[in-house]
Ligand binder design. Sequence first.
Ligand SMILES: [Zn+2]
Length: 105
Amino acid sequence: MAGARAYPWRGLVTAVATEPRTVRNRALGYLREGKVTVLRSATRESGRRPHAVQATVRGHRDTYWVELMPGQGWMSSCGCEGDCPHRAAVQLVTGHPSAAAKAGA
Ligand SMILES: [Zn+2]
């Protein structure tokens, strides 16, 4: 990604396809377009964010199931490898750290 740094404007175009920023952009897009539906969430009395979440995200091809299972972490039916914009969108809306969070947040 050295090229992206040397040529910020041109680099942006190619970087968009491969950098975490894309996950953030796509996650924010899902939220903006109202494609994220949180079906159920549960928060412990002492918790600041839900420890259990069930949600759906309407993707381009299909509607995916995203779930935070207590003690097991995040699962989703989309089959994304690595950073997943579907999980990231649900993580954003439920206040969980995600690949879509701003750097340092
Ligand atoms: Zn996904």
